[in-house]
Design a protein around this ligand. Structure first.
Ligand SMILES: [Zn+2]
Length: 488
């Protein structure tokens, strides 16, 4: 038999090793309950919240619901001035419904027959020159209003890609406009392509909504170019534009609005005197698209997967964290106005309510309740998107220990046509140099339609994704060294 001293050494060593492993296993998994997730998602994504569109009362009511639930979970306020809220203004410009456009002296109906593609004050009273094809662009077009058919873009958006008709149209318009702009045209009228005839209501709705920005933060798009009026017209107007002596008169004016939008921010304190000054940030968004074009007579875009799923998942993580706090503190930010261009996260990353240096990692998720229960995707995991190998390792370790998803990394490929990495709230944090990951169960046919309803959510999948985020956050919280940023 072993001598006593050796046995004792081995025993102590064994305890140390096992307690280390235990410390890495999240201790409050039982607080992430299917029935809570189900009850919460049916409330938040129910028709009563009318799709939670940013800048509307519906988004405000959803934010109040989240704050109330966070309070019930035992989370403390961490927004502005001791509240659960961080308000900011979003700035919207859109084409005014007072605008009037006529072709050959016949009024054309705004948003039914003609769609200005951007909010731009436009006063035209001019002949229209019909271009039979892009080959006609060699003529002298300087100062002319031109009309032509939309030509299929090169390359075509990949088959089955999300929002395909909108991508097809925008890309085609961008390519043809670039050529015509160089010729010095004054305005362009595109005749809608029959390829996307079926989705013109949806495409047009996007133009009608206008543009949203958040105060003081300009989104870096392509180099600033002089705005050029570009309109799309229904195919039935092609004949009128092709007549000799065709003429357009337009008085397009702009409405602009400041709306309040809001992030909901809460926290649960950590247990370690030093590490509790730092935060693991759990991130999602509570807004969605509101009321839009009806599909099968349903005009409420519920956004159950996008992103009520993560909103309620974060509440469940909050309950677990309060029951058994980690060494570091947990910070929960339910962003507003994500669907309008990541506006809430851009705002929070620029105006955090805690010391920005104290945020050790951002675990963001968007859409976690659909597709096969064994599959999931993790973004921020392949260069150039990956910014912390240490954080990625923790997420993969949590998956290995607990959830066993077959993790799909292909959507994080810089060449992936969807550009999924750029479409959720981790982005402004990653750009600010904070280690960040993006958890998702990826696209499905109901994405951004009124059919993204609570009944379509796989609650067991949602619970499993929530546990993966929780377990990853727990590892971050318990590991003394904060996850290091990779060298550029
Ligand atoms: Zn979305």
């Amino acid at each position: 038999m072993l001598d006593m001293k050796k046995a004792l050494t081995l025993f102590i060593l064994g305890t140390l090793i096992s307690s280390q492993l235990l410390a890495q296993t999240p201790p409050a998994l039982k607080f992430i309950k299917d029935e809570d997730l189900k009850k919460d998602i049916y409330e938040l994504a129910g028709d009563a919240f009318r799709g939670r569109r940013a800048g509307t009362l519906d988004e405000m009511r959803a934010a109040a619901w989240v704050a109330q639930k966070a309070q019930e979970a035992g989370l403390k306020p961490a927004g502005d001035d001791g509240t659960y809220f961080q308000f900011y203004n979003i700035h919207r410009t859109r084409v005014s419904n007072r605008s009037a456009i006529s072709i050959n002296n016949q009024p054309v109906e705004l948003w039914k027959q003609i769609w200005p593609t951007q909010p731009l004050e436009t006063h035209l009273d001019a002949p229209v020159l019909w271009l039979k094809s892009m080959a006609d662009t060699t003529a002298d077009l300087k100062g002319k209003v031109v009309a032509l058919n939309i030509i299929a873009p090169q390359p075509l958006p990949a088959a089955g890609m999300s929002l395909w008709g909108f991508r097809y149209t925008s890309l085609a318009i961008r390519q043809q406009t670039a050529v015509l702009r160089r010729q010095g045209v004054t305005a362009i009228i595109f005749v809608a392509d029959p390829t996307v005839e079926g989705s013109i209501a949806f495409i047009g709705h996007n133009y009608q909504e206008g543009l949203y920005q958040v105060d003081g933060i300009t989104i870096n798009t392509a180099a600033k170019v002089q705005p050029l009026p570009v309109m799309v017209v229904a195919a039935q107007l092609a004949g009128a534009l092709q007549q000799s002596g065709a003429h357009i008169k337009s008085d397009v004016s702009i409405d602009s609005f400041q709306y309040p939008s809001v992030n909901v921010v809460a926290q649960a304190g950590g247990t370690d005197p030093q590490l509790s000054k730092e935060y693991v940030l759990f991130s999602g968004h509570h807004d969605h698209d509101g009321i839009g074009p009806a599909v099968d007579r349903d005009s409420i875009w519920n956004g159950a997967d996008d992103n009520a799923s993560v909103t309620v998942g974060m509440l469940a993580i909050g309950r677990a964290w309060v029951a058994k706090p980690g060494k570091r503190s947990a910070l929960f930010v339910w962003h507003g106005a994500e669907e309008r261009g990541l506006l809430g996260s851009r705002w929070y990353a620029a105006h955090p309510t805690v010391n920005k240096q104290a945020i050790v990692a951002v675990l963001n998720a968007d859409m976690i309740g659909r597709n096969s229960i064994d599959s999931a995707a993790l973004l921020g995991s392949i260069p150039p998107h990956k910014n912390s190998t240490a954080l990625l390792d923790m997420a993969m370790k949590a998956n290995e220990q607990l959830t066993h998803f077959k993790v799909d990394f292909s959507w994080d490929d810089a060449k992936h046509p969807e550009g999924w990495y750029f479409r959720s709230d981790h982005l402004p944090y990653a750009q600010a140099g904070i280690p960040a990951l993006f958890f998702t169960s990826l696209l499905h046919p109901d994405y951004h339609t009124p059919k993204d309803e609570p009944a379509g959510i796989n609650i067991a999948k949602l619970a499993k994704m929530t546990r993966w985020m929780y377990a990853t956050g727990w590892l971050v919280s318990q590991t003394v060294a904060r996850p290091a940023l990779d060298a550029k």
